[in-house]
Write a protein that binds this ligand. Sequence first.
Ligand code: DON
Length: 597
Amino acid sequence: MPTTGNSIRHLSLSVASAFAFVACAPGPQPSGTPGPTRADVAAVDPVRAAAAARGAFPTGWRFEPGEDATFGEHAMVVSVSRYASEAGVEILKAGGNAVDAAVATGFALAVTSPSNGNIGGGGFMTIRLADGRTATLDYRETAPAAASRDMYLGPDGKLTNKSTVGHLASGVPGSVAGMAEALAKYGTMSLAKVMAPALRLAGEGFLVDSNFSSGGQCNRLIAQFGGKELFCPGGQAAQPGTLFRQPDLARTLSMIAAQGPKAFYEGPIADSLVAEEQRGGGIITKADLKNYKPIWRTPVTGNYRGYTLITMPPASSGGVTMNQTLNILEQFAPLPPAGSAAYAHVVAEALRLSFMDRNAKLADPAFAKVPIAELTSKDYAKTLAAQINRNRASKTPAFDPGKEPEHTTHYSVVDAMGNAVGTTTTLNGGYGSGVWVRGGGFFMNNEMDDFAAAPGQPNMFGLVQGEANAIQPGKRMLSAMSPTIVLDPNGQLLMVSGAAGGPTIITATMEVILNVIEHGMTLADAMHAPRLHHQALPDQLDYEQRGLTGAVVDSLKAMGHTVGTRASLATVNSIMRVPGGWHGVGEPRARGVAVGY
Ligand code: DON
């Protein structure tokens, strides 16, 4: 098999400089300054130290190895918006814990990153407290009571665009109930206190930054609905550096802060939401809102070479599919070097197998028997691994084809006590269904498209899913969101990570974790390294442009892979423990911002 030869720049490991750092570095460093080196990081644990020199970026790749992470001695918040990360840190510095800060960050994202972090959507939260307790909260949207299996099929039996655009595309939103529930159970502050930064940002406004202005507010989706007047007045989106206020949203947030989630699910916000639904033929009713409940679920835990992953169970597929893939990969460990054809091949084959199970078997456990234990067992992984030929790509049996858009958001929080929270939340597509709740000041999700709206036909992520995930009233649509917490072999908190990007969430989160624990990369290199993706169908191994060398791509084709390129794969926001504190790295492909102290 051709190797990557000298077109790979191997990362060098300077033991001398690592020791120099250890000798002089402990103690506070300002946010944004470089923290420990990669060797220093690897020295946190010997398994990773052994792998420390194996990371590699191909020539021509858009990022250089050796970038700095943000260092925080005490705590760290990483999200796609500086305002939202700062909101979390403000709450931490005021004495809040990681859950308080996560909820503050979540509400702030609803203001400063409305295309994705929005109260009209839903999400998942993974929590690990410093005393070792773990919890996962599912506040995924649910199908309204009037939803039906074939509601998005046209007379020709083909999917219409109604699962993605307009009033019929929304599930009953879960974000407000979920964040309030997490706060009530594990937070220490009142809703009013943690929502204060978000309220301020909405009411007093904030200076438009690159994160907000990159959101394309003058798009055709928004132009069809009420949000146009605020986001694209006179055909012009708010420009960077100008003050952006959202008075309707400020009023909505202040009602939630004062009255709790009831204001959203039963009070005046519910009235505005239902009135908006009725304006455009939507089916969400007051009863749907009133009946909405977030659900605490038992985390899916996995073990990869001594590291523990604590992550999300169904209604997200994230935890099961990530652990299943890692279990298969463990059979091949130590894995070939990152960037090699052998590595891309085995990762793609493992992903193919676990996504085949995901797409057919995973769904809301209240509606389908979901074989979590079987899919995540080491024995099953051995059987699957035995099906992988090291030199030849297999074929995904027919089930059907696909494509992909944007927007979800993940944020990671660690506090000074060592409590950790990973949260992923979404409207599904950018600005969701496009529908803006007039008076309420927020966009609604188009999460109904995550169901198998037509089993066997691809959804907007190209995912071809089965009957288990067909639409039923009151059911939660299968997600890929994967907020994940990783413990090192000593059971100490090592990482918090997660991503946006539809099915690539699972792959990218797993790859960042693998880059750290298998390839010994620093968190910064792990985040900057090229990513791969395979989701069984379409039967294609995708890589980021210039993320594999030409020789590696040729090898993969010779092995029988169909390969495709993407401009970029997923938006990950991660934190990792390092000597003396935390490294935070916001997604370099997007505009992730880590704030630590
Ligand atoms: O729950 C899911 O898996 C999708 N609704 C996530 C969508 C997403 O990540 C869009 N992109 N950035």
